[in-house]
Write a protein that binds this ligand. Sequence first.
Ligand code: ADP
Ligand code: MG
Length: 465
Amino acid sequence: MDLHTKLLEELHKHFGYDSFKQGQEEIIMNLINGKNVLGILPTGVGKSLCYQLYGYATKSRILIVSPLISLMQDQVANLRLLGEKRAIAINSELNPADRNNVLATLDAYRFVFVSPEMLNSETVLRRLNRFHPSLLVVDEAHCISTWGPDFRPDYLFLGTVVKKLGTPLVLALTATATKKVEADICRILFSGRKIDKVRCSVDRPNIFLDIEEVENDAQKDELLIGLVEKMRGPGLIYFSSKKKADETSRMIGRKTGLRVAAYHAGMLFDERYSVLQQFLHGDLDVVCATSAFGMGINKPDIRYVIHYHIPLDLENYVQEFGRCSRDGKQGIAILLYQRKDLKLQEYLIENSLPTACEIDSYFKSNARNKALLRQEERYLLIEKYLRNGLSQEEMKNFAANRLVERKKSLAKMRNYAETKGCLRKFIGEYFGDEVLPKKDFCCNHCNREDSFEKMGLLFEKKVSK
Ligand code: ADP
Ligand code: MG
């Protein structure tokens, strides 16, 4: 039997699917042929299946590095649902006794999930060495580049971890990688070793892209209400401010009678959980969220994603509007653009990084003042830098560079908001993809003749059938 047929058989046997989605088979084939792989596939395609099927096809053990505890637990739960009992997550949720227990009996498992921080421990590494994974997977690998430098320094040492584990095969997976992120992943994770890249376009052809420029808040609110009334949901509206998300949620409820709620980090866990469950079960039409509504949430029938404020960068924007129409039906992403909102974002960026002055005053503070300072995110960052071995001067340089980089990303986002060209093509170029404009339902720059009204109507018809 050839490899292709064998893989299809395993796919059917373990997952019940009859065909691969884009990129999956190529990634698995490359791994089986002993090649390291960087897989860049759009959100929701099925990246997890790549390493899971590889594990089954080669009957080997897999170690998966994952950024969030909730994501790990989701993955383990999904594997269990498929009848796989040999999956486990080792993270801070496990108490030390349980953790030791699991580490002592690793041989019993096929899929082991860990956080990058966990790999910082020599004891854990020694145990994992005996577990002898044949493949190390780094899921959401863009975190190496986007979170590594700011607040997850353990991501930067994954290359060393690979060596300490006897250089197993490595698979890095992500949905959003610019050339820079890609270069960071290659440098940090693969230390320049040869890899195979499987890259699918970030383009989401079933999402119409739209930018609406407004002059002031009143005009923005009016437009938003008009849109929400006109469009069939479910819909998701993103805000950069918790307060604005709350206020607007109430306003929409009042003016349209739709079932709407807010979702952000300022709410209690139980409240958030309840909003999420209602939205997932179709008991809410609209959610007004901040970026806290994110990774790992899977609601395939969200029909529109509106951004009330301009996002911080194109990576975030693509991840966020990518939650629209995962089921492949027609959806729409709208950015409400008001030039003055750029000021708000600049403020948020500046506020998230410590200044040279603040770094100096931190070093001068006594223990009691430090405890007070610690309540602010900026000062917490100083402590993380410290743990990462940065000197006072290095910290200042580092923070100053990050500020410049993040402002550049915002400037690029502004270019997107102000471009006169094809929006799809703009995003493609940013991520190094060749994306051609579509003939119909591309974006509001390409399909100008479809007035917004018409687009709304077409959209409505498509969804309601
Ligand atoms: P990603 O990590 O790429 O965002 P996931 O790995 O979470 O996506 O998978 C998303 C969904 O796609 C899962 O429900 C998974 O079962 C499904 N899926 C994966 N591969 C296939 C396939 N070949 N055919 C159909 N559905 C698939
Ligand atoms: Mg995933």
